[in-house]
Design a protein around this ligand. Structure first.
Ligand SMILES: *[C@@H]1O[C@H](CO)[C@@H](O)[C@H](O)[C@H]1NC(C)=O
Ligand SMILES: *[C@@H]1O[C@H](CO)[C@@H](O)[C@H](O)[C@H]1NC(C)=O
Length: 374
């Protein structure tokens, strides 16, 4: 593309260096004015308020940060961001910056699950921030996928290594959730489900209770990260959507094409016209604006393009859309066990450490179901 700014600079230099007649100076000024009018490198108001559009493929952007409550570091080390040589992770930064980013644009949304971190953060906040956060939760913009004086409707079990049918029963019947969302199912099971569009199912945990114990279960097509190329953590090596024509590497059209292509690929493995993009990963959003800035731009330009519809969403909004679709979902009644994430990579050993405790949990789950079904 023509580097208009550079042209502009050249004309400016010329006008200073050379002895110019008044006439030619005027024509240069007029020319510069034209350039000003055609090139817009300034503020752009991004339209980020799209809802679901019937009849189009809707891409639900679900912004999240997966924050293990103790893994390579302790819970407190993760919270305060100490021992970053072990893993660069500070959940306090995530919560601070997400709240700021949500306040910047009323259409942005975020889901958060790890209450152990939220509790540590919450008690340190001023009454003013607490009030703002309450409003974000009440407005459905900060969706807790667990608790906080607000009845959650969606289970966000994105990282457990396999799932027992008892969970479907507990979350659906006992807690009254409408949906559960997770990444980890056996790799061969996933391949098959992608092929016959059965990643999303009605999962019935108890044969006795039948449909009263069921829940909509959404197994992700890849993992809980975004499609390749749409991960926007602050120091990640990604290609930003660059819409300022005065700077290098303007790329709105190719990036919109990338988005549409990734959306159509995913649409191919579901039964209706809604796909969820899990916009996040482990301990991400330490500078939340880096993600939200990109998502704002993608929502704006993708919807201007019009081939698909992109929107800020949450697991609840996504589930509402799925419920509204006139589509029937396959029924599943058993476990997502055992779990292998690749050839010869079975996580069954996961359940052989602390065998006594785990056996105890397994047996009690059985008794529990029997009791509830009696
Ligand atoms: C974590 O950081 C503390 C304080 O710097 C240090 O004393 C401790 O050895 C570190 N722990 C590990 C496991 O590196
Ligand atoms: C959709 O699925 C079909 C059949 O599996 C495949 O041939 C096609 O390439 C897929 N399209 C996209 C966009 O992934």
């Amino acid at each position: 593309m023509i580097k208009r700014l550079h042209l502009f600079e050249q004309i400016f230099k010329l006008s200073k260096m050379e002895e110019l007649s008044n006439g030619s100076l005027t024509s240069i000024l007029v020319c510069m004015l034209c350039l000003f009018l055609t090139v817009n490198g300034g503020y752009v108001k991004y339209y980020t308020g799209a809802g679901v559009v019937p009849g189009k493929l809707n891409v639900h952007l679900v912004a999240h940060s997966h924050d293990d409550v103790g893994w390579l570091k302790t819970v407190d080390q993760y919270f305060v961001g100490s021992n970053n040589s072990i893993q660069g992770a500070c959940v306090e930064n995530v919560l601070d910056s997400v709240v700021e980013a949500l306040l910047r644009d009323p259409n942005r949304k975020f889901v958060f699950a790890e209450m152990a971190f939220f509790q540590r953060w919450w008690v340190e906040q001023s009454p003013e921030i607490q009030e703002q956060v309450r409003k974000l939760v009440d407005g459905g913009r900060l969706e807790f996928v667990y608790a906080f004086n607000h009845t959650p409707r969606a289970g966000w079990q994105i990282d457990p290594f396999g799932h027992s049918a008892v969970q479907a029963y507990l979350l659906g019947d006992e807690l009254g959730f409408d949906s559960v969302h997770f990444a980890r199912i056996d790799y061969q099971d996933r391949a098959k489900r992608k092929g016959d569009k059965s990643l999303e199912v009605i999962w019935r945990g108890s044969k006795t209770f039948g449909s009263s114990s069921q829940i909509f279960a959404n197994a992700f097509p890849v993992h809980y990260s975004p499609p390749t190329g749409f991960q926007f953590e602050v120091f990640d090596d990604f290609e930003p959507l660059q819409d300022n024509p005065l700077l290098e590497d303007y790329n709105v059209e190719p990036r919109v094409n990338d988005f549409v292509e990734a959306a159509l690929t995913q649409a191919n493995v579901t039964r209706d016209n809604h796909v969820m993009w899990t916009m996040g990963d482990d301990f991400q959003y330490q500078y939340a604006e880096s993600w939200f800035k990109q998502m704002d731009k993608f929502i704006h330009y993708v919807n201007k393009d019009g081939r698909v519809n992109a929107l800020y969403s949450t697991p609840s909004l996504y589930t509402n859309a799925k419920n509204a679709a006139k589509v029937s979902w396959p029924l599943k009644t058993d476990d997502y066990f055992p779990y292998a994430d690749g050839i010869n990579a079975y996580w069954t050993g996961f359940f052989t450490s602390r065998p006594a405790l785990k056996r105890y949990v397994r047996e009690l789950s059985g008794y529990y179901l029997v009791r509830e079904s009696a």
